[in-house]
Write a protein that binds this ligand. Structure first.
Ligand code: NCD
Ligand code: ZN
Length: 356
């Protein structure tokens, strides 16, 4: 990593948690991710979800087709765990290289998760085989019981679901995705090195007030929902701690205005276009810009046992204003808008578009 007064050059990062969608939205959102990140773990919550090798292969092909020529980007595909999924098929997909990992959505925990797991104890055979073959389990860590306050759902999940699961499967490699609480930070840092967590840019920047600032702001609504300020501060300390169990995963999750502004608006924040700049701002504010490279470009690869990227990317200290929206072709060719995270704000860093 090379740090000067006006620039940082770091090993090219990877995004360990990304929603790319499909069709016209995929075409509209892939470029910023593919030009900045060398690899990305692609979430399988399409409609219908990615549950078979064939679906994963087709989805991967479509992603690769949508990438502009000359850009090296590797999508790492994931399987969506359902109550019906057979451990044999999952293993087969892992051995064939079609599935890099499997994603566990508790049923109805988030966007497109209605086919997720209804009873965690019923998938023990799946988890047993994943543990045996070394297939990583990626978890959306929230309980779904409507009786539990939405701001407590991550903590409940950790205590009631994750802890017992770790006891049953001590050798399973697990990523607790997009953590949002101080409790999650403490739990992950006190566990063994088979448990890690991704942290999004938005959870480092906003607390729950953002959703209600002068009105209802659905652009800041995501799941797990942003929490109180002290949780945000704990996440910032974790991300910048230099601890290898915390690494970058944007959870960039685009939704068009139509879906964000409806009476039952979708959860998800589209942060991909300025994700690295957004993280850089946090690391600089915390006075440890030198910790950005391990967080963004090393810890994730090490956790997954993958080689580090050889290419590098440069951020220059030049401010830029984030556009209010991006346009995407809608269902009847009508243009739709997707609002990015930091829309209308000034960011301090800009990516120099030359990879080396
Ligand atoms: C994600 C989406 O839109 O697919 N939404 C979100 O709020 N993060 C799903 C998810 O990761 O929870
Ligand atoms: Zn996600």
């Amino acid at each position: 990593m090379k740090i000067t007064q006006h620039s940082i050059t770091l090993r090219q990062p990877d995004d360990w948690h990304l929603h790319l969608r499909d069709g016209d939205v995929l075409k509209a959102v892939i470029t910023p991710s593919a030009t900045v990140f060398r690899r990305a773990v692609v979430m399988p919550n399409l409609q219908p979800p990615i549950t078979t090798v064939e679906q994963a292969n087709i989805y991967k092909k479509n992603i690769l087709k949508a990438i502009p020529k000359g850009i090296s980007f590797t999508p790492l595909m994931t399987a969506y765990l359902t109550d019906q999924l057979s451990p044999i098929d999952l293993e087969d997909g892992f051995h064939k290289g079609a599935f890099f990992a499997a994603k566990l959505y508790p049923a109805n925990s988030t966007t497109n998760s209605s086919d997720g797991i209804t009873d965690l104890s019923a998938i023990n055979p799946i988890l047993e085989s994943m543990e045996r073959i070394g297939m990583p389990l990626l978890i959306h860590g929230e309980v779904t019981d409507p009786e539990i306050d939405i701001f407590d759902r991550e903590c409940f999940f950790i205590e009631k679901k994750l802890q017992p699961l770790l006891k049953l499967f001590p050798n399973l490699r697990i990523v607790l995705e997009h953590i949002t609480t101080k409790e999650a930070v403490q739990f992950v840092e006190s566990s063994n090195n088979l448990l890690a967590a991704t942290i999004t840019p938005h959870h480092l920047h906003i607390n729950r007030n953002a959703m209600f600032f002068r009105g209802l702001n659905s652009d800041f609504y995501c799941l797990p929902v942003a929490k109180r300020e002290h949780h945000r501060l704990a996440l910032r300390r974790a991300a910048t701690s230099g601890k290898a169990c915390f690494f970058l995963g944007t959870d960039s999750a685009p939704h068009t205005r139509m879906f964000k502004e409806s009476s039952c608006g979708c959860a998800g924040i589209f942060n991909a276009p300025y994700a690295l700049e957004s993280y850089a701002e946090v690391f600089e504010q915390e006075g440890c810009i030198e910790k950005l490279e391990p967080f963004a470009s090393e810890f994730g690869a090490a956790f997954y046992g993958l080689p580090l990227n050889e290419s590098s990317i440069t951020l220059v200290k030049r401010s830029q204003i984030v556009p209010d929206y991006f346009e995407v072709k809608g269902p009847t060719n009508s243009p739709q808008r997707i609002v990015p995270f930091h829309a209308g704000e000034k960011l301090q860093w800009t990516i120099s578009r030359e990879l080396s």
